[in-house]
Write a new protein. Structure first.
Length: 279
């Protein structure tokens, strides 16, 4: 029994070593992914609820791993956040989205706004506003066509610093959107205090619409809260016509979801836009 226990122990440590090793390996590969140009942005269209027009696109990062193929963000963003690599990755994402906006405009393709996800760590890192300013200046991107998506965890505990930083970002001319609304800390004080432009209702509240009574209540209340604060409201994760009709009827400004399109690589996104306009 003693011997078996010992073996079990050794087995577990060996397994843990393997996991720690794989993690370290992935972290090192991720570190090099930026310089090796393995990251790519996919774009998911955002559709105006009334007109059906494309009013924007959310940029979503993917990793083209040399062996694993296309790795979704869920498999590397958490690691990137824990290791601090998210700062470099986030900067690349920001610049790439700005570069793409300029390229599209030069080609006559006007996507009114491109939204970029900003992680809490990236946002809180000193010099973030300067980085955004530089990305805009060096790419020549139009700040009016850029939106930053922040989560509640980035804005947690309203402070003067956060307030000033958001005001400085607004001064650059871009817009600010609160992502995954309702899933984080329910501290509504920041809604009053911060210069936000938009709320995005989290997909988890949309999924069971219109059958689920609680979700009907939550989305309707979020909408009237947003509207009375002068914010635009976007519904995420719209997958069915019934969900589209529901969020349109309660007054959502825009929608995003598989019903319209999944996130697409650049060429496919361009094709989607062309087809959508022709329709
Ligand atoms: P998010 O910001 O909430 O992005 C929306 C996610 O919902 C995307 O997943 C998108 O593909 C997915 N989605 C959109 N419509 C539907 C739908 O109708 N049904 C379902 N089931 N899903 C839908 P994705 O691209 O895998 O991204 C996951 C998360 O990874 C993002 O959630 C965001 O938190 C993070 N992420 C992605 N790109 C970046 C980035 O560049 N920087 C940072 N910091 N985080 C990122
Ligand atoms: Ca987002
Ligand atoms: Ca979201
Ligand atoms: Ca329920």
């Amino acid at each position: 029994a003693k011997e078996g226990g010992r073996n079990t122990f050794q087995f577990f440590t060996a397994e843990m070593d393997v996991r720690a090793y794989e993690r370290l390996l992935l972290e090192n590969q991720l570190r090099r992914a930026v310089e090796r140009n393995e990251l790519a942005l996919y774009y998911q269209p955002q559709i105006a609820a009334g007109s059906g027009r494309i009013i924007g696109a959310e940029a979503l990062v993917r990793w083209r791993h040399p062996e694993k193929g296309l790795v979704p963000p869920i498999q590397f963003i958490p690691l990137a956040e824990e290791s601090g690599l998210i700062v470099d990755i986030g900067n690349w994402v920001l610049r790439e989205a700005c570069r793409q906006q300029v390229a599209w405009r030069k080609a006559g393709l006007i996507i009114p706004r491109i939204a970029v996800n900003i992680s809490a760590l990236q946002f809180r890192r000193s010099g973030f506003v300067a980085l955004v300013r530089r990305a805009l200046a060096e790419t020549g991107a139009d700040p009016n066509g850029l939106e930053l998506e922040l989560t509640e965890s980035a804005l947690m505990e309203p402070t003067d610093d956060t307030e000033r930083q958001l005001a400085n970002l607004k001064d650059l001319g871009l817009s600010l959107s609160l992502d995954d609304f309702g899933t984080g800390y329910s501290n509504l004080a920041y809604l009053k205090r911060y210069p936000l432009d938009q709320l995005k209702i989290d997909r988890s509240f949309i999924r069971d619409l219109p059958a689920d009574a609680e979700d009907v209540a939550i989305t309707s209340a979020t909408l009237s809260l947003g509207r009375s604060l002068g914010l635009t409201v976007v519904a995420e994760g719209v997958e069915t016509p019934a969900q589209r009709d529901f969020v349109t009827n309660i007054g959502c400004h825009a929608m995003q979801g598989f019903l319209f399109s999944p996130p697409l690589p650049v060429a496919e996104f361009e094709a989607f836009v062309a087809e959508h306009r022709a329709a």
